[in-house]
Design a protein around this ligand. Sequence first.
Ligand code: FNR
Length: 190
Amino acid sequence: STQKVLVFAGSAREASLNKQLAKLGAKRIEALGGEATFIDLKDYPCPLFDEDIETQGMPENVVKLREILAEHQGVLIASPEYNGFITPLLKNTLDWLSRPYQETPGLGLFAGKWAALVGASPGGLGGIRALPLGQQLLANLGLIVLPQPLSLPKAGSAFNDSGALNDAATGQKLDALCQRLVDVMANNHP
Ligand code: FNR
């Protein structure tokens, strides 16, 4: 069976560093023998979550995102750090996708899917405060989260013109994480 990774960033910004990192991750997954779909959340704007909106019917883009997610067995998410947290865009997207609420945790759309998390920041710390929080959120949704998320500090100067990373060691770390995701999804075990 085909094992596909859905790849997206928690930033809508045109020049988003996290979109660059997510796109590179998708390329590397493909190069390592996996299948990856990159989507830009800017193409699927969803309202700020409100149960009244939900009661009136799922917004069209939430339905679209649910259908896309259902076709994938894993996710690679690149999240910026905002004030030490993941972004409201990422939280809002995951909240919408976690609906309708399942009484039994782990029975939702995310259940049993694999997740890898990365983060890019122009700052020196690379958004490391947000990554454990993102991992915790993904685990709460029933995803199986790979350890050792990759953070990319000084991301403003980290990419070359072809979108690869200038620093070979960091490139290898990204490859290792992508390879692990491809492997666990293919073998369905940690
Ligand atoms: C930031 N930024 C930031 N960076 C960081 O390393 N740690 C942080 O806590 C924060 N906090 C923060 C809050 C808010 C509200 C904004 C708008 C920004 C800077 C952030 O990393 C930078 O804008 C990135 O470029 C955002 O990611 P994208 O859009 O490039 O993917």
